[in-house]
Write a protein that binds this ligand. Structure first.
Ligand code: AMP
Ligand code: MG
Length: 347
């Protein structure tokens, strides 16, 4: 299959073309504010099956359903409780996915066999225009080959999926850079299943207490049932194994420096790069004190290691607060939760 690169900046019919392909049951890579999505008609099981095939995604890993107006929820979820309304008012359109009980109209292949469905109203104007042009809700996971880092440019999507999907819409680089926050409202208390573009602190300001799923901080066994199935799979990982070294930027940089071997790679803050030049393959992901910038750069940095010949990677990591929680979660997942914590035992 020839994958078309559609450029709305040069072709005024690009978004209409994407909508027409989606209506015809094709799969299209689309820009959103979080990461690029791999979209198909959420109501069409055959179209959704093509997403899983193109990504090589396990069947039990559910997709998020994307909408461009609140009225669409009535056709997707069986209820829209007050907590969901409060979240929608505070954070939609934006990088938040809300899990609710699903309508029968949403095929089981879309929800990964679950009776619940994740819903998101993205803020990216092109994403909204494509949903409207398609005229149906769009199921869209991140537009990467399963297991690889998510994609934040149309070029990344082409790297992974050229020849496997009908088209990619080029909307430039994503402004958030990590995926949406996923919160479930299907249990007794709101539960954070995946940290993302909306922070835990922001959610707590609206909802009060929010439970945090343990999959955020530790490796989940492949055989276990988890609330967010996506959290149990190896993800975001470069080919070389990653070790996270957590501590102050100075302490972690010194620790990593002492470990460097022949073919080491270092994923580090901009501020620490100089120390490693000439000693290792160095990829930076933003200033130590700017977690929002780190979020925008982290996946591109992880991807760049695969163009190098390093055989092990040491990674610095921000503290787990604000959007730093999402950044540190992605780095730890890339490392399979292999973390050396230099702060352990410190007060
Ligand atoms: P991706 O689109 O690749 O970021 O993956 C979407 C992720 O959202 C999945 O891997 C799940 O972790 C989560 N998710 C989507 N739908 C549900 C659901 N119904 N229940 C729990 N988690 C969900
Ligand atoms: Mg993904």
């Amino acid at each position: 299959m020839q994958t078309r690169l559609l450029r709305p900046s040069e072709d005024t019919t690009a978004l209409e073309q994407a909508g027409a392909l989606l209506r015809a049951g094709e799969v299209v890579g689309i820009p959103t504010e979080t990461v690029y999505g791999l979209a198909a008609n959420a109501l069409d099981p055959a179209a959704v099956a093509r997403i899983f095939e193109a990504k090589g995604r396990p069947q039990d890993n559910p997709l998020i359903v994307h909408i461009a107006d609140l009225e669409s929820i009535a056709g997707i979820a069986t209820e829209f409780p007050p907590e969901a309304q409060a979240l929608a008012e505070a954070f939609w359109p934006g990088p938040l996915t809300i899990i609710l009980p699903k309508q029968d109209r949403i095929p089981m292949v879309t929800s990964g066999g679950l009776n619940t469905v994740g819903i998101r109203f993205p803020s990216h104007p092109m994403a909204q225009a494509i949903i409207r042009a398609a005229g149906v809700p769009l199921a869209a996971p991140s537009a990467n080959t399963s297991g690889r880092p998510s994609t934040t440019t149309a070029q990344h999507v082409m790297e992974d999926l050229n020849g496997k999907i009908a088209a990619v819409v080029d909307g430039g680089a994503c402004s958030v850079g990590v995926e949406s926050t996923v919160i479930s409202l299907c249990g007794e208390r709101p539960r954070l299943l995946r940290p993302g573009g909306i922070s835990l602190e922001q959610l707590e300001r609206v909802l009060g207490v929010v439970d945090v799923d343990r999959a955020l901080e530790e490796k989940i066994d492949d055989t276990e049932t988890v609330s967010a199935p996506g959290m149990k799979y190896r993800h975001y990982a470069p080919k070389a194994p990653v070790t996270v070294v957590f501590g102050t930027p100075e302490a972690s940089a010194d620790y990593i420096y002492a470990q460097l071997g022949e073919n080491s790679g270092v994923l580090c803050f901009d501020d620490c790069a100089e120390q490693f030049r000439g000693r290792a393959v160095v990829e930076t992901f933003g200033p130590a004190n700017d977690e929002a910038e780190q979020a925008r750069e982290i996946f591109d940095a992880l991807r760049r290691f695969d163009e190098t010949n390093c055989t092990e990677i040491f990674a610095q990591c921000p503290p787990a607060s604000g959007i730093g929680l999402a950044v540190s979660n992605r780095i730890k997942k890339a490392a399979g939760f292999h973390v050396i914590d230099l702060t352990e035992g410190q007060a």
